[in-house]
Write a protein that binds this ligand. Structure first.
Ligand SMILES: *Cc1c(COP(=O)(O)O)cnc(C)c1O
Length: 480
């Protein structure tokens, strides 16, 4: 069994095993012709359930053969040009290489004595990101497991900075298109059930700042404490970007913590063409960035940044066995002092390898390409009488609905769109997402693959229309 432990004696076994695994994945990537096989839960689960976990196969080749059946064959492949669904990106090769290196060395970024250079690399990337945002000389931050955790940590700091006696009086403002993790965080932070105030959005799904001003005013009048405004730079559903400069102005006026959730829009930090769309982000007190969304990084790779490093003390706890207080005086950099996690992956290495190989411009160019593709897709949709499209894209998302001229019942149109999404998924020809707009069912493309062409979008729109028409035809038959 010792031969399975990675060390100097098994280096050759490691090389062969990993190479064999890489060969399998490479062969898959080269041959698949659809993003998904369309396998149903009930068809796949017996295969997984039949595996006897107490009877190992022992041998890498046999395990990889089995993996083809339980995973590789039926996985959903984000690199395929017709995967257009959620905020998942195809990944860049330097980052995948980084992933292989970081898991083999297996540094843990909580303390210097478990990571050494890893800590310094993470710190450089935090400084690099903070500088791209423009947060100023006192900025700091830490890598996290994802945007959800970044938002939670930012709101923890905001809660502590609000210095309120009563958690029940704290209020957090975010738009109706803000991410649900804001609400989840508020609950985890012990705020009251009315803590999150939802601010309406305008026609372009951007927070209405007039309404925000009114809510802040009302909060003050009612003797409540405004804890944070969460502006979204790239809403999950629409890619819309809240008016950051106006929101920053209101936060300054009312003395409220400004958090910018740029989980999606952070790709613009590297953009060569559209950086100005997130102007105002430099005025934030904290920022969430998800490199695993718009920097083409494998899951997970994310960070929370703060304007004032001192605010991170709200996440600092000392343990004698790990990061005793005296180490702070000795100036030993222990990243756990800034993190909600203890043992923590060296995710930063992936971004490091990416920047050292392609540079920020290389990443920004890829993100610009998908933003341009979304513009083309919007023009296609706007010119297509079969579809109703909402919100001109600010990033790379398109939300639309199949609206046949002959059908007037909106509930029937809802059902046709829901059916089309499901049927498309079951066919495996393409994967699209869905959401609700004003109570009605819409379909959604999140475009994060620079390999996707306008022709793919056109083809998928035809497929959707085909499925929807078939549903409506059968529905007519059922009625008659
Ligand atoms: C995806 C997303 C999140 C959550 O990030 P995870 O990495 O999935 O935890 C938060 N906010 C916005 C706007 C997002 O799009």
């Amino acid at each position: 069994m010792r031969s399975h432990l990675l060390n100097g004696l098994t280096a050759e076994h490691y090389r062969r095993s990993v190479t064999e695994g890489v060969e399998r994945v490479a062969a898959r990537l080269a041959t698949i012709d659809r993003p998904f096989t369309g396998v149903a839960v009930d068809a796949l689960s017996p295969t997984v359930d039949a595996i006897d976990l107490d009877r190992p196969l022992g041998d890498t080749t046999a395990v990889l053969d089995e993996l083809e059946d339980v995973y590789l064959r039926d996985a959903v492949y984000f690199h395929h040009p017709r995967y257009l669904a959620h905020l998942n990106c195809p990944v860049v090769i330097p980052a995948v290489l980084g992933e292989a290196v970081l898991s083999a060395v297996n540094s843990s970024l909580d303390t210097w004595d478990q990571s050494a250079g890893g800590t310094l690399i993470e710190r450089r990337l935090i400084d690099w990101t903070a500088a791209r945002i423009g947060l100023g000389p006192a900025a700091d931050g830490v890598f996290t497991s994802g945007g959800t955790q970044s938002n939670l940590q930012a709101l923890l700091l905001a809660r502590e900075e609000a210095k309120s006696q009563s958690l029940g009086r704290l209020r957090v403002f975010t738009s109706e298109a803000g991410h649900f993790s804001v609400r989840k965080s508020a609950t985890l932070l012990g705020l009251g059930p009315d803590a999150v105030v939802t601010v309406p959005v305008d026609h372009d799904k951007r927070m209405r700042t007039v309404a925000l001003a009114r809510e802040l005013e009302r909060c003050a009048r009612d003797g409540l404490v405004p804890m944070a405004v969460v502006a979204t730079a790239g809403t999950t559903d629409f890619g819309s970007i809240d008016p950051l400069p106006e929101i920053a102005g209101l936060c300054a006026q009312y003395g409220v913590w400004m958090h910018v959730d740029a989980a999606y829009g952070c790709g613009l930090l590297a953009s060569l063409k559209y950086r100005d769309r997130i102007d105002g982000i430099e005025r934030a007190d904290s920022v969430t960035v998800d490199y695993h969304k718009s920097f083409f990084q494998p899951v997970s790779s994310s960070a929370v940044l703060v304007r004032d490093a001192a605010t991170l003390r709200h996440a600092t706890y000392h343990a004698e066995y790990l990061n005793p207080r005296r180490m702070v005086e000795e100036r030993i950099p222990n990243q756990v002092d800034k993190s909600l996690q203890t043992t923590r992956r060296f995710d930063a290495l992936k971004l490091w390898m990416t920047l050292r190989t392609m540079g920020a411009d290389g990443v920004g160019q890829l993100f610009d390409e998908v933003c341009d593709l979304a513009r083309e897709g919007w023009e296609l949709l706007a010119a297509d009488p079969r579809y109703d499209v909402v919100v001109e894209p600010s990033l790379s998302t398109l939300v639309f609905r199949y609206v046949p001229a002959a059908v007037t019942d909106p509930a029937e149109i809802d059902r046709a769109n829901l059916h089309a999404r499901k049927a498309l998924f079951a066919s495996g020809d393409a994967v699209v997402a869905g959401t609700k707009v004003d109570g009605r069912h819409y379909l959604k493309f999140t475009l994060l693959n620079p390999e996707t062409q306008a022709a793919d979008i056109a083809a998928v729109l035809d497929l959707i229309a085909g499925h929807a028409e078939q549903y409506l035809g059968e529905s007519l038959d059922r009625a008659s």
